[in-house]
Design a protein around this ligand. Structure first.
Ligand SMILES: N[C@@H](CCC[C@H](N)C(=O)O)C(=O)O
Length: 260
């Protein structure tokens, strides 16, 4: 069977999008998904996302990492899926959709920028060397010197597979402070098992962890990633980070047909 795919990217975090409202994509086929995400043997992407029907919202997001396995929330993927849903005429500029971590609200601005509401954060593990929190996906956040020359792949893999996170693993974020409301970030992504050019749940985790650690008092924070610029804003009251928004570009790249 032939199916259309659409390639999107948000700050260089790239995804293969498929409209699966007719349920004709074989989503249990891990080898197929990982082959479609392969940059040499397939379309290429950090993940594959299905747009599906949902009973209680505009659509459902089903996310797979490039290793072919279904995973937890993807912030940049969610933003790209909103742009894709508009292209498929499922939504206009405002939407609510369901993902694995619950209901998300999002808005597409006039310049195509997508602002996506992320889950509230109530629990942050704070250690001397790092913070750990869940922003829809699990994130280790660690400040490092000389981020530019840091070996993200090697150090990220060591932490991701180390005793801290066990079988489930974690995404690993290495950070440096640029100024009061700007941080630079490089992320090792679980399920891609490499550094990606950006990670939306990671950028969200970094903004909240930096605020929680007292490294900034700003509640609107710019996160400079390898593939561009993301912005994270939130409200903080007592131990609750709410009204959390991740904002940035979400762009169509190309489309084509695959045989499944
Ligand atoms: N690229 C993502 C995160 C995707 C999920 C992650 N790899 C995991 O399995 O935890 C983002 O933009 O948030």
């Amino acid at each position: 069977m032939q199916l259309k795919f659409y390639k999107y990217q948000g700050t260089g975090n790239d995804f293969v999008m498929i409209d699966n409202r007719l349920q004709n994509f074989p989503k249990e086929n891990i080898a197929l998904i990982s082959q479609l995400c392969d940059r040499r043997f397939g379309v290429g992407g950090d993940g594959l996302i299905l747009l599906e029907n949902d009973e209680n919202s505009d659509f459902k997001m089903v996310y797979f990492n490039s290793d072919g396995n279904q995973s937890t929330m993807c912030g940049n993927g969610g933003r790209c899926l909103v742009a894709f849903a508009k292209k498929m005429a499922v939504i206009d500029n405002h939407t609510s959709f369901n993902a694995i971590d619950g209901l998300h609200h999002a808005t597409i601005e006039n310049d195509g920028t997508v602002a996506l509401q992320m889950i509230d954060v109530t629990s942050i593990k704070k250690e001397k060397e790092y913070s750990f929190l869940n922003t829809g996906s699990p994130h280790h956040v660690q400040l490092v010197d000389d981020l530019k020359n840091y070996n993200v792949k090697e150090q990220g893999a060591t932490l991701r597979y180390g005793s801290l996170y066990g079988k489930e693993g974690s995404n690993i974020n290495f950070v440096s402070k640029i100024n009061e409301n700007t941080f630079a970030l490089r992320t090792y992504e679980r399920g891609v098992e490499d550094e990606t050019l950006a990670c939306g749940t990671g950028a969200t985790a970094v903004a909240i962890a930096m605020h929680d650690s007292g490294l900034t008092s700003a509640t609107a924070i710019n996160i400079s990633v390898e593939g561009g610029e993301l912005a994270v804003s939130f409200d903080k009251k007592d131990n609750l980070y709410s009204n959390v928004f991740l904002k940035g570009p979400a762009e169509f790249v190309f489309e084509g047909t695959i045989t499944v």
